[in-house]
Design a protein. Structure first.
Lengths: 189, 189
DNA sequence: GAAATTAATAGACTGTAGTCTATTTTTAGT
DNA sequence: ACTAAAAATAGACTACAGTCTATTAATTTC
């Protein structure tokens, strides 16, 4: 059932062009200053074609940003033999570096998730949760190596860490390497 | 300069009715399902009258919620001789109790702040920052009493704590007394 | 080829936030 | 009373997200 036989195929170029146009326009003008119509026009495509692929503006932008994000929030490499606190600090510095570029867009996506529980679910499952798990895993390892007291709960600490930078992001506080150092030293010391 | 002489005075009842109608409708139907027009109509007032007092829907709702909030996020009382960790846990439990009622509204206000930097500024100055300072003050005192190691930075810890519950709030995680206990024990133990 | 199927397109339509304008109402000062 | 000032009201207007419909174009299966 539901096996598609026949029918006009998706135009792959249209999807690519939409993501590229979306990312470029949003970075240049800000999420709220870019209309769906403008993205479609810049991509040279009808507005409805966009809605054929993504349910909302937020879904499109998330996908566009997401594809660029793997480079930044890569899983920390455990096998370099370095301390977990160093790995955590590096990870945070990388994330903050990405947020210099897409932080405003991320803020807008977090806001969009508050209006739309469908988007909230996919944002959380595809973006938020995986990053939370990376840090939890790192903290579990830190307990194995004895860097982090076993009295701590890695999941709670992970929530504290993510929360801290969400809080800074949403309140437009500074997200720089000094803050990364602060977080790490207040968790590990 | 700017001294108002003459002119029709504000109708105080209109403002009161607007806040009451706004709070009631938003709690019943959710922020995004209540239009400005519906609030004005419920208050028996013209739509423009609302805009004469508040710049945006968010400003109105914030004020309406804020007036009910003092009861919940009251400054912890330092003079009861109890441990700071107990005071912090109680404070968090009170905040979470309020969020059972207005958590969805708060989520919507945080979202609104991401679209509107004017609202962001007043939300931060009037609502966010004062609560942040309460917890920072409590943590400073905890260092005085020796409950919290002096190696910690109270401002950073305050950010971690607030961040944790913003993160839970925005991701629709549980905000209950167990979470309050978790936070406190991972900060103090 | 013909039929069935699905994408692409164009454009009408709805609902809402916020702006703007013109008119009327209520007040203070003279 | 009269005037100036500012609030209240009614309603037009813009811009946008998202929905819906009808038409046309590109495919696969038979």
């Amino acid at each position: 059932m539901g096996e598609a036989t026949g029918g006009r195929p998706f135009n792959a170029e249209a999807g690519t062009a939409l993501k590229a146009a979306a990312l470029q326009l949003v970075r240049a003008n800000g999420y709220d200053n870019v209309s769906i119509a403008a993205i479609a026009k810049a991509a040279g495509v009808a507005r409805q074609t966009l809605y054929n692929r993504w349910a909302t503006k937020a879904d499109l932008i998330l996908e566009a940003v997401f594809e660029e994000t793997h480079a930044y929030a890569a899983e920390p490499d455990f096998d370099t033999g370095r301390d977990c606190r160093v790995l955590l600090e590096e990870f945070l510095v990388n994330v903050f570096k990405h947020l210099e570029i897409d932080g405003d867009t991320l803020r807008a996506l977090i806001a969009a998730a508050q209006h739309d529980s469908g988007f909230q679910a996919s944002f959380h499952a595809g973006f938020v949760k995986p990053r939370e798990r990376m840090i939890t895993a790192l903290l579990v390892r830190a307990q194995d190596t004895g860097e982090l007291p076993s009295s701590r709960n890695p999941e709670t600490i992970s929530t504290l860490i993510h929360g801290a930078f969400w809080y800074r992001l949403l309140n437009k506080g500074a997200l720089n390497s000094a803050f990364a150092r602060e977080i790490v030293s207040n968790i590990f010391d």
